[in-house]
Design a protein around this ligand. Structure first.
Ligand code: PEP
Ligand code: MN
Length: 287
């Protein structure tokens, strides 16, 4: 028997007439009229590195800083992140600059600690299918919203069911993040599925954010695909940035420089206006 979306995902499916759920991260609303820009380094490497990236994010008008403390690396010999020290740096730098923090939780044992330090928890692509982690995050997120990235080989249905895992444990404030799927073509790191944005709009009440950094893996493609995501109706965009991309310990080839991020911030504002949206209000100078 094939279940309808409403039957298999009773909480996250878009029922007849129901609007997009507005998910609040601190005082930032995702899923409302404003398009939200989230930026920061792939990984927290040091205080000066995080601070420089966070300043660039703030200047580009971001209210939410991203940055990995626990990094899910393909190789065990690659930089694994600073762990608890990275979380503390995220907290102190964001507090100093008046930013909110989203960071990934990799392990069920770290959920409490990450929820204590972050304003939003991220479940990454490699863990989207990890039901044990989803259940603990759903239960122990302490009221924090969750950014749920699409598994790199996940169908839309599997992704929505992963969101339903969180919701069924009590965490209804879930934002979906399209980050590309595996394809046959190594020209890009992943194949960014922008058709997922309007499709999800039909299928779920949850807001949708797009990550063109992991979606393409190439700096030159990040801004065009970020703008395309906004044109397709995304509620937000998440990008990686680094003050010296060539020195980044992970994903430097897809990191925007501060100047590139600033330019993207104002271009997003223009595309958002063209499709009847606005950029979120900001204290930064990148208006
Ligand atoms: C990230 O956003 O830090 C990340 C590791 O991305 P993904 O889970 O999409 O690969
Ligand atoms: Mn990365």
């Amino acid at each position: 028997m094939v279940l309808s979306a409403a039957e298999s995902c009773p909480i996250v499916a878009r029922g007849a007439g129901s609007g997009t759920r507005v998910v609040r991260v601190g005082d930032v609303a995702i899923g409302g009229p404003e398009v939200v820009l989230i930026a920061g380094p792939c990984a927290v490497e040091s205080e000066p590195q995080l601070e420089a990236a966070a300043l660039a994010a703030k200047e580009a008008g971001c209210r939410i800083l991203r940055g990995g403390a626990y990094k899910p690396r393909t190789s065990p010999y690659s930089f694994q992140g600073l762990g608890a020290e990275g979380l503390a740096l995220l907290r102190s730098v964001s507090a100093r600059l008046g930013l909110l923090v989203v960071t990934e939780v990799l392990d069920t044992a770290d959920v409490d600690r990450v929820a204590e330090h972050a304003d939003m928890l991220q479940v990454g692509s490699r863990n989207m299918h990890n039901a044990a982690l989803l259940k603990i995050v759903g239960r122990q997120a302490r009221g924090r919203p969750v950014l749920l990235k699409r598994g790199m080989c996940a169908t839309i249905d599997e992704w929505l069911l992963a969101a339903e895992y969180l919701a069924s444990e009590g965490c209804h404030d879930v934002v979906l993040c399209e980050r590309g799927v595996r394809s046959f073509d190594p020209s890009t790191r992943n194949l960014l599925d922008l058709s997922a944005v309007p499709l999800l709009r039909e299928r779920t009440r949850l807001p949708v954010v797009v990550d063109p950094s992991h979606g393409t893996g190439r700096r030159s493609l990040v801004a065009p695909m970020a703008l395309a995501a906004v044109a397709a109706g995304a509620d937000g965009v998440m990008v990686e940035c680094h003050a010296s991309p060539r020195e980044a310990r992970s994903d430097g080839e897809q990191a925007l420089s501060p100047i590139e991020l600033l330019a993207l911030g104002s271009r997003i504002r223009r595309v958002a206006a063209a499709v009847g949206r606005a950029r979120e209000a900001t204290d930064g100078s990148g208006r």
